[in-house]
Design a protein around this ligand. Sequence first.
Ligand code: GLA
Length: 393
Amino acid sequence: MAGSVPTVSELFAAARRRYEQLFGGDAPLIAVCAPGRVNLIGEHTDYNQGFVLPMALPLVTVVVGSQTCGRDVTVVTATEDADEPHRVDFSLPADGAPLAPGLPRWANYVKGVIEHYRAPPVTGFRAVIASSVPMGGGLSSSASLEVAFYTFLQQLQPDDGDKVSKAVACQQAEHSHAGVPCGIMDQFVSVLGREGHALLIDCRSLEATPVPLADPGLIILITNSNVKHSLSGSEYPLRRRRCEEAASAMGKSSLRDATMKDLEEASDRMDEVTVRRARHVIEEIERTVQAAEALRRGEYKEFGRLMVESHNSLRDLYEVSCRELDELVSAALEVEGVYGSRMTGGGFGGCTVTLLQAGAIDRTILHIQERYSGTPTFYVTTPSEGARVLSLP
Ligand code: GLA
């Protein structure tokens, strides 16, 4: 019932075929991949230096390619996106001039990563991208492309940084070349994700604690609403700014350092919307720590309860949910055997994540299909490894 997704080997084979067709039969010498993610809890907390609990997905972006002699770069995407050209050609600036963002938009992630790579490439390359992460679906297709590309550049010309600085460089690429002031969660888990584990990431210290999540009696179901409202781009920076204003009104460097008592005391110095936004973040940070503890102890009911609280708070206080996501969550919660369900990612469309007993999967999918006014896509998923080099057969 859940949609079938191409495996890493199938994506790799498709990318290689495309590469050989385009570049005179030459086989690529490098192949890498990086995953998308789903966030189990801890939403809009990363840019407030709080905690998040995502896991890496089996959905990945694959990049294959080879170095060339000059400074010319050609990148082709085999991923369906009817609006934009599938190929981009540019030269690496010889004088250290910046690689400016432009069109097609997907190429900005590539340019941004080149720009922030710690050992700037000196020779050109050709590459083909293939991905199973749905574009704009809230599962971090952009972070998986950035991290896959960074991993590709590491094969061309090794850098000397650690994995955390790799994630930070990819986040900077998103800031400078895609214009999204995102937090660190997506890139971090795409680099450092662990098979069979969610990661409790402390977005202030940038340390992560793996939390086991491989109970065969448990299923993590992602439901894509297949809607994306135009607000998603403009509202994100506004939310971020409000949080910064709230923190500074309380004399804190971030909302991570604020308590509900601080908020109550400072509430007459903030407007009512800012108070609601800050309340979501302060409580969500606390919920995330509690949820990680519940998961560690196998208390799935408690984990599910916290997921629902998180969703309600995102809907009512942070106001980043939408009718479609609320419908999907309500439908899931009507099914016996479902522990919890919530929107995941930035909001205004994209996906929900649902935790349920393995035996309840068929009826859950059927019920959501019946109740949802749109056409959902389902992924039954497991926590997977972060970015990696693929061995060429
Ligand atoms: C997007 C951003 C992340 C995070 C989430 C909300 O996915 O890229 O950094 O802020 O939204 O939790």
